[in-house]
Design a protein around this ligand. Structure first.
Ligand SMILES: [Zn+2]
Ligand SMILES: [Zn+2]
Length: 198
């Protein structure tokens, strides 16, 4: 997001909307937020061994919570009672990674839906503005109030304007908009939503 004036155009990118105020600060990514939640203090650990491809043992302190090897390989003579050492628990480590990944995904989905709500609210305000009313009237006049979608169930009489693109949101050239009846518009909107959520 941001303005790129190098080519002479104000380009707001695929995000389409430029926010001011609180959004000017870079928000934390889902990865950073999940990392914070999953920052393990390694409360308890135990010496475990890993086996390399040549069959040699390497001893590490494994955290019993997150499963990470919290020390690099220990000197063998510092490990007492080597016969009673248990193997490194890879499942523990994998489970922690998996839980963290799932949390990242959850946070990402949450952030996307919050953003979508914000955008919808802004768009709702725009649709109530005199500027939009004038633009819609111009589109309907251009199309002679005939629905341009003609989907099954079309009432033919257009009362609404549909955005073909939001690239020029709030500054739409009339060719970005088409006249549609409420019935067709509902169908197109439902379609768009289904496609987006896939
Ligand atoms: Zn840990
Ligand atoms: Zn229609």
């Amino acid at each position: 997001m941001g303005l790129d004036s190098s080519n002479g155009y104000d380009y707001t990118g695929p995000e389409r909307f430029v926010f001011v105020g609180e959004h000017m600060t870079e928000p934390k990514t889902p990865y950073e937020l999940a990392d914070e939640e999953f920052r393990c203090e390694h409360p308890a650990s135990e010496i475990r061994y890993k086996v390399d491809s040549l069959g040699r043992r390497h001893y590490h302190n494994q955290c019993l919570t997150c499963g990470f090897a919290i020390t690099s390989a220990l000197k063998h003579d510092s490990v007492s009672d080597q016969d009673s050492v248990r193997p490194f628990n890879k499942l523990l480590e994998a489970a922690w990674w998996k839980a963290r990944q799932e949390r990242q995904r959850e946070i990402g989905a949450q952030q996307r839906s919050e953003r979508e709500r914000e955008l919808l609210a802004l768009h709702g305000d725009y649709l109530k503005s005199p500027e939009w009313r004038a633009k819609r009237a111009a589109v309907l006049a251009r199309d002679g109030c005939q629905c341009q979608a003609m989907l099954p169930g079309c009432t033919k009489i257009a009362t609404q304007a549909h955005h073909l693109t939001y690239d020029h949101w709030k500054n739409e050239p009339l060719f970005d908009l088409v006249s549609v009846c409420a019935c067709c518009h509902n169908m197109i909107t439902a379609d768009d939503r289904a496609n987006r959520s896939q």
